[in-house]
Design a protein around this ligand. Structure first.
Ligand SMILES: Cc1cc2nc3c(=O)[nH]c(=O)nc-3n(C[C@H](O)[C@H](O)[C@H](O)COP(=O)(O)OP(=O)(O)OC[C@H]3O[C@@H](n4cnc5c(N)ncnc54)[C@H](O)[C@@H]3O)c2cc1C
Ligand code: SF4
Ligand code: SF4
Length: 588
């Protein structure tokens, strides 16, 4: 499904090219002329934002589309799908109530990088993909854009919360050192500071955010709102030390001695380098270096024809970036087929629509040129029996070599694991070059060290790194103060479903009640089919009943669907006042 709200670049219909090449012949003049000023660089950027922000009116209008599913006992599907557990219906309701700063605060409560995540989360795979409206074949609520609206207003209007006193006890709280000011490190530090811990974050880079600042595509996020999000953490007492790499065994040892616990949020390393003849010719880039140039305002000239090597999300990103830099022909070279590409399907489709061409079942063999790269010598492949990854193993087809003319090549085949760095930490167990942790606490085999983010999961998303940072903060707290009450909510108490089925049944979940007037049911099954969490069923008499009230997310779709008014959902936690009933006019 294409982004209904996407305004990305000039879209033209895709056209199938010869063989395994597909893509669209498009003019990129609109990309080149599309310009915006972003971040602090004050430079005109060729990277207009993919998802422009809502204004207040349209945000409220969108917020009214939400069904405010879920309760204290059963999270809404969107919240359950968010790795950071953002209270999505909670913040969207606050927007509908026109209390936008409070909405932003609700987001930041669970996700201290909520403004950044609003711009970069793959929402189709996460919260929006789980929205009940999507499951009803309707457009899901634009959660990412609403989150951006709420967090932008909150960052602009609400001063950061003041520093927490150390629980009023007057004694020194434990000291935690965090290595890495990426999403994992920042989230861990923020949570610990909220509990009054003394937290110092070290980063080799001059600015916060890790890959968010230096690698995520500039048309999603250039720099803002990272500095403002960092300021909120500083107001809580987190200290940041930039340009301070922990770069040898002695530095790690010193930090461990000075601290009560250490969090490792060091991410992954540089691009994986697969050596090919000619790969030191000018014009050949590694993806992370290339993107870093864009994100720090030094736009590299790419020429007319660009080849991108790789099949993941980074390869897709750099291909789309090359188009925006003015290349006429961007060809992505991947050794398997479209089906095996690790990139998100939506991203591949968007890239294709923008004009990126794909040469599937193709691999580079060498780079050719005089003073700079002029051709990639490629070879066609075929897939044989599956390898360890379960995907067909690519095998070169003898005699299928051909030359692809290029001005620039960008190699994007993944990031290295940092086994050498990890070896400086005593007794640290690794798994496939990644830090092994206890999944419920983020604790490593060396009990003083905790870890999260890409260094543990091998590279995923920002919001997953945030979630791992939060989890490790809780693990650190339990390690340092075992008698402290857990910060987690109490276990849900669910009233059991009645067993005897009467003509009228009342089911309860927390303070909400669902009255089912079975006497009016005609057994049409509409509600059973449409319930997004399969809570309903027909009994032997073809009358509807609730199979398991604890699964109900209180979305009210059954009440809306039923032509015979069988259901009455009463949400005592959500009495709408007269003003909230008034949906704002749609502005067109
Ligand atoms: C090109 C690209 C595009 C991406 N796009 C998206 C996207 O659109 N959406 C999304 O959700 N995710 C995206 N991701 C993934 C996402 O950026 C990462 O999953 C996330 O940033 C991981 O966070 P982290 O904190 O674990 O590590 P990182 O973000 O890598 O941060 C690690 C930090 O540790 C610091 N550090 C490392 N070693 C040391 C040391 N020895 N001393 C001091 N500091 C150190 C580094 O300087 C860095 O700041 C993308 C990744 C890439 C590579
Ligand atoms: S943090 Fe990301 S995944 Fe979670 S609700 Fe917000 S946009 Fe969705
Ligand atoms: S799942 Fe429900 S609460 Fe979440 S965004 Fe969709 S309609 Fe709103």
């Amino acid at each position: 499904m294409p982004f209904p709200w996407s305004v990305a670049g000039p879209h033209t219909a895709s056209k199938q090219m010869d063989g395994n090449v597909s893509g669209a012949e498009v003019s990129h003049s609109a990309n080149r002329s599309g310009s915006t000023v972003d971040g602090s660089s004050q430079r005109v950027s060729p990277f207009p934002e993919l998802k422009p922000p809502f204004d207040r009116h349209n945000a409220r209008y969108e917020a009214f589309r939400c069904l405010y599913c879920g309760s204290d006992d059963m999270p809404a599907p969107c919240t359950a799908a968010c790795p950071a557990s953002v209270d999505v219906p909670g913040f969207i309701r606050a927007i509908a109530d026109d209390d936008v700063s409070a909405a932003g605060a609700i987001v930041f409560r669970e996700n201290p990088l909520g403004g950044s995540c609003a711009r970069v989360c793959p929402v189709e795979e996460l919260c929006e993909g789980a929205c009940v409206l999507e499951q009803q074949a309707r457009r899901p609520v634009s959660i990412g854009r609403l989150q951006r609206f709420a967090t932008d207003v909150c960052l602009a209007e609400s001063p950061p919360a003041g520093k927490r006193s150390p629980d009023g006890q007057g004694h020194a709280r434990p000291k935690v050192s965090v290595i890495g000011a990426g999403p994992a490190g920042m989230a861990c530090a923020e949570r610990l500071a909220r509990w009054g811990y003394s937290v110092v974050v070290y980063d080799a880079r001059p600015e916060p955010g890790g890959l968010v600042r230096y690698a995520i595509a500039p048309y999603r996020l250039m720099q803002a709102p990272l500095p403002a999000e960092m300021e909120r953490m500083q107001a809580l007492g987190v200290q940041f030390r930039f340009r301070q790499a922990i770069s040898d065994e002695e530095a790690v040892r010193r930090l461990a001695t000075e601290s009560d616990a250490v969090f490792l949020g060091v991410g992954l390393g540089e691009d994986v380098t697969i050596r090919y003849p000619g790969d030191d010719l000018p014009g050949i880039w590694q993806s992370l270096r290339f993107i870093e140039q864009l994100k720090t305002g030094q736009l590299p000239p790419v020429g007319r024809r660009v080849a991108v090597i790789g099949g993941g999300n980074t390869a897709i990103d750099v291909a789309r970036e090359a188009l925006r830099l003015g290349a006429d022909e961007v060809t992505l070279v991947y050794r398997r087929t479209r089906a095996e590409m690790p990139a998100y399907r939506q991203e591949v489709a968007d890239a294709e629509q923008e004009g990126v061409r794909f040469r599937w079942l193709t691999t580079p063999r060498r780079f050719v040129g005089q003073d700079r790269v002029e051709f990639v010598e490629c070879q066609s492949m075929r897939l044989t029996e599956p390898d360890a990854s379960g995907r067909g193993r690519p095998e070169p087809i003898v005699g299928s070599e051909f030359l692809l003319p290029v001005d620039t090549v960008i190699r994007a085949v993944g990031q290295q694991r940092r086994t050498e760095w990890h070896a400086w930490i005593p007794d640290l167990n690794l798994k496939d070059g990644l830090i092994a942790v206890n999944p419920s606490a983020g604790q490593t085999s060396n009990p003083k060290f905790f870890a999260g983010g890409d260094a543990v999961n091998g590279g995923a998303t920002v919001v997953e790194a945030v979630a791992m940072g939060k989890l490790a903060a809780e693990g650190i707290r339990r390690y340092l103060e075992p008698n402290m009450a857990s910060g987690r909510p109490e276990d849900a108490v669910v009233v059991p479903t009645p067993i005897e089925l009467a003509p009228q049944m009342t089911y309860r979940q927390g303070v909400a009640t669902l009255v089912v007037n079975r006497a009016w049911c005609k057994g049409c099954n509409l509600c059973v089919d449409d319930c997004p969490v399969q809570t309903l069923a027909l009994d032997d008499s073809e009358l509807v009943y609730v199979k398991d009230m604890s699964r109900c997310i209180l979305c009210g779709i059954c009440a809306v669907r039923c032509p015979d008014f069988v259901f009455t959902l009463d949400r005592a936690d959500m009495k709408r006042d007269a003003d909230r009933q008034r949906v704002p006019d749609k502005v067109v």
